[in-house]
Design a protein around this ligand. Structure first.
Ligand code: GLU
Length: 428
C-alpha cells in the first residue's frame, strides 16, 4: 500500500472532517466553508533557507532550515522547532497544520506554525549546536515576534537552544531597530526558568497526556491502576514525563523504547531508574530487549507512541492488541491505520488533544512574560488541568453524540473553531 507523506495525511484528515462538518453550516455559508477548507490545506507561507555554519575543525557546512506558518485566524502562529535528519518541507507543513488544530482544541489564542532544520544534532559539538541555533534564529527573526509567530522546542531542541535563540533575536532587534520595545523573551517559549520560562513547562506535554489518561480511565472504567499496563514508544522529553507521571500515579509501565531499541518487563519499570542508567550507559535497561515493532504489538491496556510520525501504519495496525492508544507524538498514525484501528474497536486519543499540554503551558509562559509576573508550579498545573479536562470531556461528548471516532470528534471541534474565526474575520 502506498504510504502518504505527513502533509498528505494532514490533508486527508481535513477532507474527512470537512465532509461531516459542512452540514453544520447553513446552505448560504457552505461555499465560504469550502473556500476556508481549501485555504487550510496549505500553510499561509513556508520560509526556507540554507544556513552555513562554521564547524569546529574550521570547515563550513550547510543545513537546510524551514519555518511553516499555517494559519493565524485564531492568533499568532505557534509551534516548535525540530532538529532532525528527517525534517523536510512536507513535514513542517504537516506539523504546522496540526498545531493549528492543537491550539484550537484547548482554546488558546494561537494559530499553527512549525520549524525545523535537517540535521542530526548528536553529531554537533556544543559550540556547533549554538552556532546553528543562532543562525536559525537570525533567519527567522524578521518573521517572528510575540504577536506574529512564537516558536518553542520540539524534537531534539530544548530550553538551552531557546536561550541562544532569544539572545540572537534580541541582538537582531537592536541591530535592525526591528520592533523596538517588543518583548524578545515573549517571542519564544519553552525557555529555561532563569530566562522567563514557566514552571511546569518541561513536563507539561507528558503531564497533559496523563490528565487525558486519567479521564480515559474513568470512561473505560479502569478502576485498578496497577492493572492498566502501558507501553511507551519514545523516551525523549515527552515519553519520559508521561512514563514518570504514569508510574507515580500507580499505573504499570511495562515497556519503553528509544531510537536504539526497546525493553519490556511485565512486572513494571521505574522510568526514573531507567533514565538514570540510560544517562550513564547510553542504553535502556531493566527488562527484556525487544524491537520497536514488538513494542507496538504488545498485549497492553494502553499504547503510547511518543516519538515521530507515521509509525502506526496499515501494516502494523492489525497487530495492535492495546485497548487504547494515546498519541503523544505528532502524527504517529496514518489515516489508513486509523480506519483499521476503529474497526477493531481500539479507542484512539489523537495527538492534537493528547499532547496539547505542552503548547497550552507555552501559552501560560507567554502570558507570564507579557505581564512580567510569574506563577508557582502549583498555579501552572492548576490552570493546565481544567483546560485539558474540559477539552477531553467536550470532545468525548461530541464523539458520543456524533458516533464518530475520537479523532474525528477532535477535528470537528478544532476545525470548526478555526473556520468560524475565518468567517468572522471575513477572510473567506
Ligand atoms: N513542540 C510542541 C508541540 O508539538 C510544543 C509547541 C509549543 O509549545 O509551541 O506541541
Amino acid at each position: 500500500m502506498k504510504t502518504h507523506s505527513a502533509h498528505e495525511n494532514a490533508v486527508i484528515q481535513l477532507e474527512q472532517v470537512a465532509k461531516i462538518l459542512r452540514n453544520e453550516y447553513a446552505d448560504e455559508v457552505q461555499s465560504r466553508f469550502d473556500t476556508a477548507i481549501d485555504k487550510l490545506k496549505t500553510p499561509d507561507r513556508v520560509f526556507e533557507e540554507s544556513l552555513t555554519i562554521q564547524m569546529d575543525d574550521g570547515s563550513s557546512r550547510e543545513f537546510t532550515a524551514f519555518r511553516s506558518q499555517h494559519d493565524n485566524a485564531r492568533g499568532p502562529y505557534k509551534g516548535g522547532i525540530r532538529f532532525h535528519e528527517n525534517v523536510s518541507r512536507d513535514e513542517v507543513m504537516a506539523l504546522s497544520t496540526w498545531m493549528t488544530w492543537k491550539c484550537a482544541v484547548t482554546g488558546i489564542p494561537y494559530g499553527g506554525g512549525k520549524g525545523g532544520v535537517i540535521v542530526n544534532p548528536r553529531i554537533l559539538s556544543a559550540g556547533e549546536l549554538q552556532r546553528l541555533s543562532r543562525a536559525y534564529a537570525r533567519f527567522l527573526a524578521p518573521y517572528i515576534g510575540p504577536w506574529v509567530d512564537v516558536p518553542a522546542p520540539d524534537v531534539n531542541t530544548n530550553g538551552q537552544i531557546m536561550a541562544w535563540m532569544v539572545d540572537e533575536y534580541e541582538q537582531f532587534q537592536l541591530e535592525t531597530n526591528k520592533s523596538q520595545g517588543e518583548n524578545p523573551v515573549a517571542t519564544f517559549t519553552g525557555k529555561p526558568l532563569e530566562l522567563g520560562g514557566s514552571q511546569g513547562r518541561e513536563e507539561a506535554t507528558g503531564l497533559g497526556g496523563i490528565y487525558v489518561l486519567e479521564k480515559l480511565a474513568e470512561k473505560m472504567k479502569w478502576s485498578d491502576k496497577k492493572k492498566v499496563s502501558i507501553a511507551i514508544q519514545g523516551f525523549g522529553n515527552v515519553g519520559y514525563w508521561f512514563a514518570k507521571h504514569a508510574f507515580d500515579r500507580g499505573y504499570t509501565v511495562v515497556a519503553l523504547s528509544d531510537s536504539k531499541g526497546a525493553i519490556y518487563n511485565p512486572e513494571g519499570l521505574d522510568p526514573e531508574k531507567v533514565l538514570a542508567t540510560k544517562q550513564k550507559t547510553g542504553t535502556l535497561s531493566g527488562g527484556k530487549a525487544i524491537t520497536n515493532e514488538e513494542l507496538l504489538a504488545l498485549d497492553v491496556t494502553v499504547l503510547v507512541p511518543a516519538a515521530l510520525e507515521n509509525v502506526i501504519t496499515a501494516e502494523i495496525a492489525p497487530k495492535i492488541k492495546a485497548a487504547a492508544i494515546i498519541e503523544m507524538a505528532n502524527g504517529p498514525t496514518t489515516p489508513e491505520a486509523d480506519a483499521l484501528l476503529e474497526k477493531k474497536g481500539i479507542v484512539l486519543i489523537p495527538d492534537v488533544l493528547a499532547n496539547a499540554g505542552g503548547v497550552t503551558t507555552s501559552y501560560f509562559e507567554w502570558v507570564q512574560n507579557l505581564h512580567g509576573y510569574y506563577w508557582s508550579h502549583a498555579e501552572v498545573l492548576a490552570k493546565l488541568q481544567p483546560l485539558m479536562d474540559r477539552a477531553f470531556i467536550e470532545i468525548w461528548k461530541v464523539k458520543e453524540t456524533s458516533k464518530q471516532s475520537m479523532r474525528m470528534a477532535t477535528y470537528m471541534k478544532a476545525v470548526k473553531s478555526v473556520v468560524d474565526l475565518m468567517l468572522l474575520r471575513g477572510r473567506v
